[in-house]
Design a protein. Sequence first.
Length: 382
Amino acid sequence: MRWLAPGAVALLLTVACGGQPNAPSAATTIKFWYLSSGAQDAAKAFHTAHPDIDVKATKISSLPSSLTGADVPDVVELNRDWVAAVANTGALHEFSTDEVQSIGGKSAFVPQAWPTGKTTSVPWFIDTRVVYYRADILKELNIDPANAFSNWEAFDHTLDAIKISKKISPLGIAGRNDSNPVASFAPWIWEAGGSLVSDDGTKPTINQSASVDGVDEYQRFGGRYVDADVLKQDTAGVESMFANGKFAVTIAGPSLATKLKGLQFGVQQFPPGHTGHAVWIGGSNLAIVKNSNQESAAFGFVKWLTGSEGQGAVATNIGMGPAPNVARQNGGRHADGARSDLASDQAEPRRRRSVHRHIVRELDMSHGECIRSIPKPPLTRG
């Protein structure tokens, strides 16, 4: 009798059962709910780097009604304003100490962006506000941008000089249709010495004298320097009008830089007020849903998104500031002071890098400032 080697027997049994030798295992699929444009491209880039994991990306536009049912994602992008509310439902995976250290630890991220309490999400990218200005207009009026927005009084004088020149409308900001009025009003309130809520977060303080002063100051700028038609616009409309040369100055986030074509413009930090300098911090966090059956793959995806490859695939491409310090430092390694006048023939990536440098500078100047919000801080003040 002739005997077959054990390996041959196994091969015959595999083929007889309809299989193939060395057949690859099926890829793991994770579901990703996202808010930000570009996230779907990042998911594809992750799959290219990790072909054993498929990412089914679905865009959402609002706070998910529930993350505790059967049809929920494995990974979800959360607006920073939503994190506390979602975490309080118990629907999110709590990152272990080892997992946090695996992505670089808390110290690897911008301090103001890291959530307080249990780590149920990690920062992905950050958003704040800076002053955009038409560099050519300031140059014609012999106004030095380094001094033009150095405080509220200088800001007022700059806008007044532009108004008197009649070259262009001075300022553009959104009115009642502002997409994020808290982000717009909060720095003025804080820099006037006011606050939104009490230190323990239990009482609103927006009606106190200093807070009202901050609101009044912002509204005074709007009433004196902004055309009525501009005040009727929403935030996106105001940004488009600035990009089309309708006014000389606006206050916006880093994403505006992606819309600026063929104009000379520059950016400066938000002007300090009577009691110092304060900035609002927004952005997005990434969380893993507790009901996920693919926590290992989901964590690998989150780790990649917050790493240099994922940051390069999304944050800098949509004009946001990276939350991890390493990506932030890479984006700002050519920082060269406050002033940034960008000629119209310079490439868009350079425009974005310049804005990122100023976002980095804005964050660095507020390093160590406390974080506040209602009910849990999406806001950073000094």
